[in-house]
Design a protein around this ligand. Structure first.
Ligand SMILES: [Zn+2]
Length: 255
């Protein structure tokens, strides 16, 4: 049986029978993969500590007879312990894991997604983030972009007229995946959300800035809110997924 090595972030664990588990990772080498972890739920398991969600772990696996390959060895190289000790940051980290799990397919490698995930987790672990909600949206934006749905925001998606400070009554057409000018913005189009030029600038910053600089952006709160609403609605519109971790984020906010 062929054995191989991977490095990846553990996205989730699932029980399999009495003592085994299925571990899903997003790896540098082959993207998302689910592997069988034998005996991982036994108290004395040597593997379990290394296979906790969020860990970056070196994996050795062997090709299985069934649909899943089996983990034969695991050593975690990063636990993000600072992040794990803080419920608020942890809830955002779970969102990163969940959105990557839900929007990617198995064995489709993407170094860009891997790097985005590592960078997002490192930033949360540094706790040097004032507004994790903005980081979360920038993270979603970048993932949507890597997956081939970059929204068009610098000019009208229908007539290509560029936007500027004078542009009024701009809309964001979820179906067309971009902003529409006043003349092209049909009334009563349920797929179009109002958006201001300044909010488009926030989205542009998600596109151009490094993730670590996002929370340092200076912009009025209402423009951030509007940009967040656009990106989150666009995400739901394209992929039609709900994220359990968003409930967790809301609950923890009220503590
Ligand atoms: Zn137009």
């Amino acid at each position: 049986m062929r054995s191989y090595k991977l490095t990846g972030v553990v996205l989730k664990n699932k029980d399999l029978g009495e003592v085994d588990g299925i571990v899903t990772l997003f790896t540098k080498e082959i993207g998302k993969i689910s592997l069988k972890a034998k005996g991982v739920r036994k108290i004395k398991s040597k593997l379990s500590g290394h296979l906790m969600p969020l860990n970056i772990t070196f994996i050795q696996a062997v090709q299985g007879k069934g649909s899943l390959d089996t983990i034969t060895g695991a050593v975690s190289k990063e636990h993000f312990s600072s992040l794990k000790g803080d419920l608020k940051f942890l809830s955002f980290a779970y969102f990163f894991l969940e959105i990557i799990d839900k929007l990617t397919f198995e064995k489709e490698p993407s170094e860009k997604i891997y790097d985005l995930l590592i960078k997002g987790l490192q930033l949360l672990d540094s706790k040097n983030i004032e507004k994790p909600e903005i980081l979360k949206t920038a993270f979603s934006y970048n993932l949507i972009k890597i997956l081939g749905h970059k929204p068009k925001i610098d000019s009208c998606v229908k007539c290509s007229i560029p936007f500027n400070l004078e542009s009024k009554k701009i809309g964001f057409d979820l179906n067309l995946g971009g902003a529409v000018c006043k003349s092209c913005n049909e009334l009563n189009n349920k797929d179009t959300l109002p958006v201001s030029f300044d909010s488009l600038k926030v989205i542009n910053a998600f596109d151009k800035c490094d993730l670590k600089d996002i929370s340092r952006l200076i912009m009025k709160e209402k423009y951030f809110r509007e940009a967040l609403k656009i990106i989150n609605s666009f995400n739901y519109y394209i992929f039609e997924k709900d994220y359990k971790s968003e409930n967790l984020i809301e609950i923890i906010k009220t503590f």
